[in-house]
Design a protein. Structure first.
Length: 170
């Protein structure tokens, strides 16, 4: 089995802010990369229908641009992970991890100001030991910036030698 990376993102945008370049670089080297999204914006959580639909389109765009091989959304309430028993979160995560069998986890930086990032990191710690048939090779903590930034991604490949410039303003 080749390199199998699972990016664990508390919110949709953390995978881009935290490690989009690393994801693209790994994909160019032949890695399989999955995305585990911990939370989901939903009308039942107080978000407008318009915002929910916009976020769903953004997620589909990111899945396509970063060429994820698999995607799972646990659907927890954003900004409320600290109110859910960690055992419940870990159980939900373990189902995805057992199914995907990653060799590497890209996880949020534990010192981030957002509580969901800290909870996600803490829950990922449950998987930092050998797990059945999974022997981890690497854990990467994604560091995030505290102020809005502009990210320019230049993607080059053999099919498009001039590259594709993607501008993401956060």
């Amino acid at each position: 089995m080749g390199q199998r990376i699972l990016v664990v993102a508390p919110h949709a945008d953390d995978e881009v802010i935290g490690c989009a370049g690393l994801i693209l670089s790994s994909k160019l080297k032949g890695a399989s990369v999955g995305w585990l999204l911990m939370t989901s914006v939903e009308e039942q959580y107080g978000y407008s229908e318009e915002f929910v639909q916009t976020r769903k389109k953004q997620i589909e765009t990111v899945k396509e641009l970063l060429s994820f091989d698999t995607f799972s959304n646990l659907g927890f309430h954003p900004a409320y992970l600290d109110t859910i028993p960690k055992s419940e979160i870990i159980l939900a995560m373990s189902k995805v991890i057992q199914r995907y069998q990653p060799s590497e986890l890209y996880i949020p930086y534990p010192g981030d100001a957002h509580s969901d990032h800290g909870v996600t990191f803490d829950c990922c710690r449950a998987f930092m030991k050998p797990l059945g048939t999974i022997m981890w090779k690497k854990f990467v903590a994604m560091k995030q910036f505290l102020k809005p930034i502009k990210i320019l991604l230049l993607i080059k490949n053999t099919l498009n030698p001039t590259g594709l410039l993607i501008s993401v303003i956060l």
